[in-house]
Design a protein around this ligand. Sequence first.
Ligand code: ATP
Length: 284
Amino acid sequence: MSKVLEVKNVSKDYGDFKLKNVSFSLEKGYIMGLIGPNGSGKTTTIKLIMNLLSKDSGEIKMFNKDHIADEVKIKEKIGFVYDGDIYPSGMKLEKIAKLIAPFYKSWDQHIFEGYIKKFRLNLGKKLEDLSKGMKIKFSIAMALSHKPELILMDEPTSGLDPVFRREFLELLQDIIEKRKASVIFSTHITSDLEKVADYITFIDDGEVVFTDTYCDLVENYRLVKGKKEVLNNHKDTLIGMKVNKFGIEGLAKSDSCHTLTENEGVLLERPSLEDIMYYVSTRD
Ligand SMILES: Nc1ncnc2c1ncn2[C@@H]1O[C@H](COP(=O)(O)OP(=O)(O)OP(=O)(O)O)[C@@H](O)[C@H]1O
């Protein structure tokens, strides 16, 4: 299968924060979610991919081409949604679109106007006069109107209301089915990823903890619940744990916890992505 993105051993040293040997890849036609606690390096990784920051070492390829040597060609095929102000200020939406559209050979004004209508945006308004959510919607419309093959988004859903968030996720799935595009997006809303993601990459303190299919991930772990006096004897099996008034809850690798159910009152459940992220990032 053809890879649309390959990140290999990429590092960046900010002094008090280091992104260390980050590696993951994505094939055509799939959605990957990038998750991790605040300050773990998700935005830094996305900026490095987009060459908005220069890497210290490692290799980044998009569509089998180096992301810097072939930057202009590559960016033609990328839709980028970023939680920062990437458009010039003081301009009406219509003018911003007129300014940006000529940079893309495949810009489709009909598609753009369709999104503007669908997202209920007013082209006569200035960008700075839009709400946070409306700004993101405009950014999404701009990113999708040149029919990108890879859509890269940094926390696109964080300022969106739940109804639009759901519509947006459906829109992404539709684009992937019809055009075989690929999507990478970072988010703290793990329930969004449970709806659409094929792959999950988890970054913690600048390192990739896992990059796996969503299905394998939730099969590989189990949420363990039981009495303190029982589970205290199995601490080594638990990746992370917390004590509550009912007993102990923790996470364990599926293949290491079968014998736990031989103990009275121990329950094994399928974890949510949030459970996995919580216990893996709070492990000692
Ligand atoms: N330009 C910079 N100079 C120095 N340090 C930086 C710079 N940009 C980011 N950092 C640091 O790099 C670390 C990772 O930041 P990053 O924005 O990549 O995290 P994140 O995972 O996207 O976080 P969040 O979920 O809060 O958005 C943080 O400690 C941040 O302070």
